[in-house]
Design a protein around this ligand. Structure first.
Ligand code: SAH
Ligand code: DHB
Ligand code: MG
Length: 222
């Protein structure tokens, strides 16, 4: 099986669910024009995040790593009236593009993009007693994923679902100690999630138009 086959299946799945959505296509097109890197989740995984948001009955979602707002739009569309998605982004330009994309998708009332290094913003949120969030999606820079996980647990309640992107990295996480700090960050995160006393987790590897990677899923207990 090749990446071509994976991409063909992703295209088949997109067609199955009605083809490209204009607002999401527009968000990706603007992100590209504005020079953002093409690292948002695939449409198929975006749809999966949407379904997970619904399955959680989430009213409050926290995202770490906004980019152009693509995954934020998928999740925010699954929120009920009065629901909120807080999304954290370090890069002011990315946040500006995301704000525009979210607003053109008619979601500015539901999406709150906060600019700054996520570790700082998360620290402020914990100190101010924000939350609890019903679902957290971790998808920012890879080395501090473990610290993002710890903050996510502090901002959670029993039953909160924590999801993390890119935890398999083309299989490199299984190849022993790595000099690549993104891979090392993921190995540290995966081990922290697996042994956390308040988390029941699983990691699912997958393939698609963006290659081979995986997502972690963990539910917070008492
Ligand atoms: N969730 C997005 C993709 C996020 S890409 C989607 O699927 O559509 C990762 C994003 O994390 C980038 O926009 C990057 O600027 C941001 N980022 C990197 N380091 C960060 C940090 N320390 N704090 C917050 N955001 C950060
Ligand atoms: C990168 C980051 C991501 O969140 C992703 O899904 C793919 C790649 C990166 O930084 O290379
Ligand atoms: Mg990612």
């Amino acid at each position: 099986m090749s990446t071509d086959t994976y991409a063909r299946v992703d295209a088949y799945l997109d067609d199955l669910f009605g083809g490209p959505d204009p607002q999401l296509q527009q968000a990706l097109a603007r992100s590209e024009t504005e020079g953002l890197p093409p690292i948002s989740v695939s449409s198929n995984l975006g749809r999966f995040l949407h379904v997970l948001t619904l399955a959680c009955g989430a009213r409050q979602v926290l995202e770490i790593g906004t980019l152009g707002g693509y995954s934020a739009i998928w999740m925010a569309r699954a929120l009920p009236d009065g629901g909120r998605l807080v999304s954290l982004e370090f890069d002011r330009h990315h946040a500006g593009v995301a704000q525009r994309n979210v607003s053109e998708a008619g979601l500015s009332e539901r999406v709150d993009i906060r600019v700054g290094p996520a570790l700082d913003t998360l620290g402020d949120m914990v100190r101010q007693g924000e939350g609890p969030f019903d679902m957290v999606f971790i998808d920012a820079d890879k080395p501090p994923y473990t610290e993002y996980l710890q903050a996510a647990v502090r901002l959670a309640r029993p039953g909160t679902l924590i999801v993390a992107d890119n935890v398999v990295r083309g299989g490199e996480v299984a190849a022993g100690p790595s000099k690549d700090e993104a891979v090392a960050g993921m190995q540290r995160f995966n081990a922290a999630m697996a042994s956390h006393p308040r988390l029941r987790g699983a990691i699912v590897q997958g393939v698609g138009a963006k290659g081979h990677d995986g997502m972690a899923f963990a539910v917070v207990s008492e």
